[in-house]
Design a binder for this molecule. Structure first.
Ligand code: PHE
Length: 343
């Protein structure tokens, strides 16, 4: 019996495994129900009672040694396998990159940025103001008479039935704020969202965007305005563009005009975009009414100025030849993905 124990012990001490499978096979060989050590425990039942104590102790030690050895080998092999898996997690630096698709700017933002840049080049600075305005900044300071139809519920969205607070109907309101707080010379453009209670169609929307401009200094003339707007038209629509000014009316300018540009699509003879006239209307303009300057505490005997305002949607429709204004607000990706810009 003792010799058998010694032989098994030697085998255990000599054992080593290269794989977990080998270690497991060894455990089965030693410790499973039909294993060597279990067999020795069976034999133990027949041992002479006089030797039982000593042999029993040896057997227990043998079992412990085997269990301990297999456990050590297994945990060593498992650690090595785990290390291998860690190595595999290292990123593969040679793999080709996967690029995320880059979004594009909204066409209205592209056109707004372009308009801003054109005027910034000749010294205009961008000013912004609130979309919810009071009557003074949107109408009264701008010389709108009390009974002007633009103040009517039909045109203006009022906030909570308060006739003094409304969504601005143009960004001229921002320019009143500039005139009230700054001294001439003033050269500013105000891009922004405006609101008018109009039925939505291919040509009109109740929300749209404007860029309005204002230039006030000593001796500013109608000729200055014309030159400034000619520069804008050529930067925006191409070097060969001509402009034409037609008399018009706005409460805040006198005289007032509407500006057409020569049709950049057909170049003159007529097409569907210019409705066969060769001209496309793009903005309203005029010399700032002296009443407006006085309302904003600018001395109208010393200073003169011009103002202009245009709809960004309208300019974008001309540039991109878009026939339905509603497309700008639908956020259809098939539409939006067609526009790219660097700015
Ligand atoms: N505020 C005018 C509009 O919204 C545009 C405009 C601005 C006209 C400045 C003349 C001068 O239609």
């Amino acid at each position: 019996m003792l010799e058998k124990i010694k032989a098994v012990l030697e085998e255990i001490e000599a054992f080593d495994a290269k794989t977990l499978e080998e270690a497991e096979a060894f455990r089965v060989r030693m410790l499973a129900k039909k294993g060597l050590i279990s067999a020795l425990f069976n034999d133990f039942k027949t041992v002479d009672p006089a030797h039982r104590k000593a042999i029993g102790q040896q057997l227990n030690e043998l079992k412990q040694t085997a269990t301990e050895k297999i456990r050590t080998i297994k945990s060593r092999l498992e650690a090595e396998a785990g290390q291998g898996a860690e190595d595999k997690k290292q990123p593969d630096m040679s793999m080709p990159a996967v690029f995320d698709p880059v979004g594009s700017r909204h066409p209205l933002s592209i056109i707004r940025n372009k308009i801003n840049t054109i005027f910034e080049k000749i010294g205009f600075v961008v000013s912004e103001g609130p979309e919810i305005e009071d009557d003074w900044h949107n109408f009264s300071a701008l010389n709108f008479p009390e009974d002007h139809p633009a103040r009517d519920m039909q045109d203006t969205f009022f906030v909570e039935k308060n006739p003094d607070i409304a969504l601005r109907t143009h960004t001229s309101s921002v320019q009143v704020r500039v005139m009230e707080t700054q001294k001439p010379p003033i050269r500013t453009i105000s891009p922004g969202r405006v609101f008018r209670n109009e039925a939505i169609s291919a040509r009109a929307h109740c929300i749209f965007h404007q860029v309005e401009g204002l230039y006030i200094d000593e001796g500013v003339s109608f000729a200055d305005m014309k030159q400034c707007l000619l520069y804008f038209a050529r930067e925006m629509f191409g070097a060969g563009t001509e402009i034409r000014l037609r008399p018009s009316f706005f409460p805040f300018t006198e005289p007032s005009a509407e500006m057409d540009v020569s049709c950049s699509i057909c170049g003159g003879p007529g097409c569907t975009v210019c409705k066969y006239s060769g001209w496309i209307e793009v903005l309203g303009c005029g010399m700032v009414d002296p009443n407006v300057l006085d309302n904003c505490h600018i001395d109208s005997r010393k200073y003169t100025g011009f103002a202009f305002g245009m709809g960004i949607e309208r300019i974008a429709m001309i540039i991109y030849q878009i026939k339905d204004l509603r497309m700008f607000f639908e956020n259809d990706l098939r539409f939006l993905r067609q526009f790219t810009s660097a700015m």
